[in-house]
Design a protein around this ligand. Structure first.
Ligand code: FUL
Length: 687
């Protein structure tokens, strides 16, 4: 207990006696470099390298530097996108697993210096470093320890090459805030022509302590990222999600990069961890880390990006959001559009801190002068509310002058003294009663709770358990506007339609007669049937405001259809599920529609998997009335399907038919034809 009694004698004594000692640190605590990094929260990853030009995720190392040739590279565009959307730095893949170096290194000829880019005079690491400097961003480098090109990989000689590459990057490009080491290490590769499998002992091969000391010497302020740190750890998945319970502490000495059980056992951190090794959530804005034209339509949606934001930054982790720069050397327009939406929404969600409107706040217990509840509300992370030593529980209560709608609570610990809180509860005051709103475990640097919106007279944050006196440096309340996005739609084989809101509890309306949805349209109250060809238009509603509509054409239900062709998972051809596929054994899909319809077109949804196979390029569509005599009614090519594997809808001259057949004359990759879904466009049943 470090309270001192207030005295009323000379000024000297008043000052001395009025002060209260801060709680002592709970180990482990962050280093200065880690504290500076924690403040960044959100920064950009750029995967741009040889793979961009070979359309691969992992190059083998056998690529030729002449293949690397961006046509309109502009690192300032990357920096602008980062800066304008709240990111504080950029980490570039200076060398990925294929070994190609984006700077003119002295260590290998597998580099930009031997590429046509700027006639071998280019240095993209430098271009990015300069763009960061110009836009007030921090700069970091990804240097893959694994090198599938280098002939010496696996031998001691390579370690010297790797270290020299590190020295070049750490001395030639100004201040570096983070050095990023991947856990993927060793395996098959080109290795200077040996083309073999080279395994390494991930724990010992790189002699990490001596490799790290190069970084400490040359860039003492840089944090080092690796699966298990030493300064920043991997979150253990590539979805960008940290955990409800996320400790910044880790038993670092018993964990190493590439450890097989890492994700499952250690990625959420450890309450009793010996070192401060906070989590970083790395995730790509598209399915792939590298650019692939066929993913242009797969850039993450705003609801997906918001989940990532709240599940990373909102769960005591930083967010490293990847942009797969394209073959021009630019961040693609679709990706820019999505990150702009994300940033605009975050700005909107955290626009007004409602805690500024409370008329009463108090703490059930306080450590004393300088550690009151006001220290959690002053916008200064260096001051905080805390309790006397030995008191691990305490409540902070806030009351509004009148009922106020709240749906976000943001809370931060004073981490220079270590992460402490183990359990908390949030209560809402409604009709004069305090009721539990939600419960949680860890807080750490920052925790954001997305709460069901309530009109509350007050909010109480209760620390239920902590490792020692809790510290709260910041507590804020917000009412984020609902995400007014059109719902998504699912329809089953029977024609039953379900609308899925972009955000829980959002009202939805729809029409089936072609009219634009309005607040007067049919309210969505649960799944409904669409049994005949219709155009569904659906929108989300909040008060008088309405979202853009979702417009989806729907045809006859597939309940009575039968798949006649053979292959793998024939039922998936007509299950209305875009994520499952039928792979035909003879390159065609034949369906009996159950009765004769007047057809005016057909639809083909190609495989939607991350890696596609058997997508039809050249097709022939035939119909039959009896399943024996077939008439080919359309032949051709699905234009641009390689780059844009979206739903293909083709019209035909109206014809009566009961059987349909889509045959692949050729697939993109020569693999057996695959189908996510086959459908028809009808004029209606005729018999
Ligand atoms: C992974 C790598 O293997 C991917 O290619 C990518 O660089 C990602 C960030 O880390 O482990």
């Amino acid at each position: 207990m470090t309270f001192r009694l207030a005295c009323c004698f000379p000024l000297f004594f008043v000052l001395a006696c009025g002060s209260v000692d801060p709680p002592s640190a709970v180990m482990p605590i962050p280093s200065e470099r880690q504290l500076a990094w924690q403040d960044m929260e959100f920064y950009m990853f750029v995967h741009f390298n040889m793979n961009t030009f070979t359309n691969m995720e992992w190059g083998t190392g056998a690529e030729d530097p002449v293949q690397f040739n961006p046509s309109a590279l502009d690192a300032n565009q990357w920096a602008r996108v980062a800066k304008e959307n709240g990111m504080k730095g950029i980490i570039i893949t200076a060398k990925h697993h294929d070994g190609f170096c984006l700077w003119p290194t002295s260590t290998t000829s597998h580099s930009i210096a031997y590429s046509p880019y700027k006639n071998g005079e280019g240095d993209i690491v430098k271009e990015v470093a300069e763009a960061c400097e110009k836009h007030g961003l921090k700069f970091g480098v990804y240097l893959s320890p694994w090198d599938r090109n280098h002939p010496e990989y696996g031998n001691d000689a390579y370690i010297e090459v790797f270290r020299e590459q590190l020295r070049e990057l750490l001395t030639g490009y100004g201040d570096i805030f983070e050095v990023w080491f991947d856990g993927a290490n060793g395996g098959t590769g080109y290795y200077g022509g040996a083309n073999e499998d080279r395994r390494v002992d991930k724990k010992t091969y790189y002699d990490w302590p001596n490799t790290y000391s190069i970084i400490r010497d040359l860039q003492p302020d840089a944090v080092i990222f690796g699966d298990a740190g030493p300064d920043v750890r991997w979150v253990g998945n590539e979805h960008g999600f940290a955990y409800e319970t996320t400790w910044s502490n880790l038993m670092r000495d018993s964990i190493y990069g590439g450890m097989p059980e890492y994700s499952e056992k250690y990625s959420a951190g450890q309450e009793n961890g010996t070192h401060w090794v906070p989590a970083e959530s790395d995730v790509s804005i598209r399915p792939g880390w590298y650019y692939h034209p066929y993913e242009d339509h797969k850039v993450k949606s705003l609801p997906e990006l918001l989940d990532i934001y709240y599940y990373s930054i909102g769960r005591n982790s930083s967010l490293l959001l990847n942009f797969p720069v394209d073959t021009r050397g630019l961040i693609h327009e679709n990706d820019v559009e999505q990150v702009e939406k994300l940033y605009a929404k975050i700005q909107e969600d955290f626009k007004d801190d409602l805690i500024q409107t409370i008329n009463q706040s108090h703490a059930s217990i306080s450590r004393g002068r300088g550690f009151g509840v006001d220290q959690a509300l002053d916008g200064n992370l260096d001051t905080y509310w805390s309790t006397p030593d030995g008191q691990v529980k305490g409540d902070l209560t806030f009351e509004f002058p009148s009922p106020t709608a709240v749906n976000r609570l943001l809370v931060q610990e004073h981490i220079p003294l270590g992460q402490r809180i183990k359990a908390f509860e949030i209560e809402a005051k409604m009709d004069g009663e305090w009721v539990t709103w939600t419960e949680g475990t860890t807080v750490g640097y920052k925790r954001i709770l997305r709460l069901d919106e309530k009109e509350v007279e007050g909010v109480r944050f209760r620390v239920l358990d902590a490792k020692a006196s809790p510290t709260i440096a910041n507590l804020a309340l917000y009412r984020a506007p609902k995400l007014l996005l059109a719902p998504t739609v699912e329809r089953d084989k029977s024609g039953r339609v379900t609308l899925i809101p972009a955000e829980e509890n959002l009202q939805m309306v729809y029409s089936l007669d072609g009219t634009d949805p309005s607040p007067e349209s049919t309210p969505y109250e649960g799944p409904f049937m669409v049994a005949s060809p219709s155009v569904l238009k659906a929108a989300a509603l909040e008060g008088e405001e309405i979202s853009e509509p979702l417009v989806q054409k729907m045809d006859i239900p597939k309940a009575a259809w039968k798949v006649i062709s053979k292959g793998k998972n024939p039922e998936h051809l007509i299950d209305e599920n875009p994520r499952t596929n039928f792979v035909s054994e003879n390159n065609e899909a034949v369906v009996d529609l159950g009765e004769t319809y007047r057809l005016k077109g057909f639809t083909y949804l190609p495989m939607q998997n991350r890696y596609i196979a058997g997508v039809i390029k050249e097709y022939e569509f035939a119909v039959s009335r009896n399943g024996r005599n077939w008439e080919t009614v359309k032949k051709g090519e699905f234009g641009n399907i390689a780059n844009s594997p979206v739903l293909q809808e083709l019209g035909i001259d109206p014809v009566n038919a009961r059987y349909i057949r889509l045959r692949a004359i050729d697939t993109l990759d020569g693999e057996p034809a695959s189908f996510a879904e086959l459908g028809v466009v009808t004029e209606g049943a005729i018999e």
